[in-house]
Ligand binder design. Sequence first.
Ligand code: PEP
Length: 235
Amino acid sequence: MKFIAGNWKMNGTCDALKTMAEALVNVQTENRIILCVPFTMLGCVKPNGFAIGAQDVSAHDHGAFTGEISAGMLSAIGAQYVIVGHSERRQYHNETNEVVRSKAVTTIKAGLTPIICVGETMDEKQSGKTMEIIESGVRESVPSDITGDVIVAYEPRWAIGAGLTPTTDEITAAHTLIADTLKSMGRAGTPILYGASVKANNAAEIMSIANVDGVLVGGASLKPDDFIPIITSVK
Ligand code: PEP
């Protein structure tokens, strides 16, 4: 079983989600399908054969935080997962590992599973800091002093939406480091997803790499014709 998670970013409508939900009903798979959609679409469909997630959450439980959505609110509307620390949140909203960690904690406390993203920028890659950024991202963003499931997603920031992917050796090295780091933090067995420019033509190969427990898919998760072949490319 692999995790196949879609990140719709700021795209789509309830109608598009209904179309996707209708298409997913007919897909025979043992994989765990998760669709992380905009807040406004969370209540649009009753998920059948897939789970619904959000793309961000407040670090606070309730109160005077205008415009924010709490993990409890997400739970109440049926979300089971939340992406936290996506590179676009880190880039456009200055989210640090510390902020990401606090969002992951509030998510776990509400009974949801955070999908915690880590990954290096092109500058960091070119200056030889990939491993350092990945390890500190995991150590500082993933809570280790609270029980509850988490998922980690390795998303090389330079490859997202760019049609670029790291080499098999690079993905292997990143996922091995993440698995070892999680183990040293008492979180052995945490699912580790790969994300960035996953398509139907590379999904199976990427998911055959050691310690790749699934994929986080952006652009190719928006349409059934692109997303379903990714789901069915592995058992
Ligand atoms: C993402 O934004 O999480 C992502 C993986 O995007 P894409 O698949 O479009 O590169």
